[in-house]
Design a protein around this ligand. Structure first.
Ligand code: NAD
Ligand code: UFG
Length: 337
């Protein structure tokens, strides 16, 4: 098949690119490199010994994205491109709505023009908001608590309407939980530009000596050890979920939301201990106040992914930490050095 990846140079995109190339698909990556490096694409090409098309472009460029789609004529689009920092979205909501929502409209108009009727979309567990019950299943009410989460929810609604308007259209909404880790080669991984917002890259940078200590945001939650609990998923498992979703989109119509998680949670302190064991390095930490807007615990009911996609996670927390450490150790400054 011909697969078009928006944001394919990013963290999850580059791992999915590697996975789809190993399935012999023809691929075009469309990315403006606003939060990624062309080096990631070079490394994937080297690892797979495969070439693929790359278009440097912005999804907000309506003519540019349309032309790229018309030229490539994809069977399926996987749509990763978007901004993803919760705090930044609260400071600059309009930028988030413009990039994530308007950008998706340009993409869908381009797909219509190119005769492409299938999309796999990077949604997020953040669409659920404060849990009414756990684990979250896909029917859990959607109530995002920040502009970033709202953009994901709005795009889900748009894709639902796009599918309702044409019985040939297909949208698979993958609601990711907490992707972490890296490819086993240590050649590609998560490379935050600034101070990491998320736990695992922060822990990795402490272990490698780039930062002095981790701040644990609260140890007074109603969880076993008082720290926040999340459903961490290995990025390679997540990449395989995309390959399965592409296969599903090929043979089904309509709009389907699917959780992509392991179905169990780990606390912040469990992650710290697992990382110390995997790396052999100490991860000093201090407990500080809760981070505003954080939820105590959430994790997925992953049954639908198993039923519809035949997919489930294969890699546990130890593997996630080991691969994150391997990437960090080999690339202490990320793709820059
Ligand atoms: P990332 O920032 O590493 O990748 C996003 C890619 O999109 C980057 O390569 C960036 O350069 C590109 N991009 C951004 N805006 C663009 C634009 N206007 N035009 C063209 N390219 C653009 O992020 P990621 O972690 O790989 O996340 C991928 C997707 O998954 C995002 O949509 C994100 O919201 C979603 N998601 C991520 C997580 C997570 O924890 N990483 C969790 C849930 C959902
Ligand atoms: N945490 C710390 N210290 C840090 C960073 C995080 O203690 O320096 C804690 C948080 O309080 C939380 C846990 O580690 O308990 C995980 O935090 P992350 O920031 O790694 O992940 P979140 O679940 O808060 O958010 C992530 C993405 C969101 C996405 C959400 C659901 O950042 O974009 O998962 O998919 F919406």
């Amino acid at each position: 098949m011909r697969i078009f990846l928006t944001g394919g140079a990013g963290y999850i995109g580059s791992h999915t690119l590697l996975e789809v190339l190993s399935h012999d698909h023809e691929v075009c990556v469309y990315d403006d490199f606003s939060n990624s490096a062309p080096e990631a694409l070079a490394r994937v090409s080297h690892l797979t010994n495969r070439s693929f098309d790359t278009v440097e472009g912005d999804i907000l460029d309506r003519n540019g994205i349309k032309q790229a789609l018309v030229d490539f004529r994809p069977d399926v689009v996987v749509h990763f491109a978007g901004k993803k920092a919760v705090g930044e979205s609260m400071a600059e909501p309009l930028m988030y709505y413009r990039n994530n929502v308007d950008g998706t409209l340009s993409l869908l108009e381009g797909m219509n023009a190119a005769g492409c009727s299938r999309i796999v979309f990077s949604s997020s567990a953040t669409v659920y908001g404060e849990p009414e019950y756990l684990p979250y299943d896909e029917a859990h009410p959607r109530a995002p608590t920040n502009p970033y989460g709202m953009t994901k929810y709005m795009v889900e609604l748009i894709l639902n309407d796009w599918c309702s308007a044409n019985a040939q259209n297909t949208a698979v909404l993958l609601r990711y939980f907490n992707p972490v880790g890296a490819h086993d080669s240590g050649e590609i991984g998560e490379d935050p530009d600034d101070i990491p917002n998320n736990l695992m890259p922060f822990v990795s940078q402490v272990a490698v000596g780039r930062r002095e200590k981790l701040q644990v945001f609260g140890d007074d939650y109603d969880t076993a050890d008082g720290t926040g609990v999340r459903d961490y998923i290995h990025v390679v498992d997540l990449a395989k979920a995309h390959a399965a979703a592409i296969g599903y989109a090929e043979t089904h119509y309509g709009c389907e939301a699917i959780n992509v998680g392991a179905g169990q949670g780990s606390s912040v302190l469990e992650v710290v201990r697992a990382f110390e064991a995997a790396s052999g390095q100490p991860v000093p930490y201090e407990v500080v106040a809760r981070r505003s807007g954080d939820i105590a615990a959430f994790y997925a009911d992953p049954a639908k992914a198993k039923n519809l996609l035949g997919w489930q996670t294969e890699r546990g927390l130890a593997d996630m930490c080991k691969s994150a450490w391997n990437w960090q150790r080999k690339n202490p400054q990320g793709y820059k050095g």
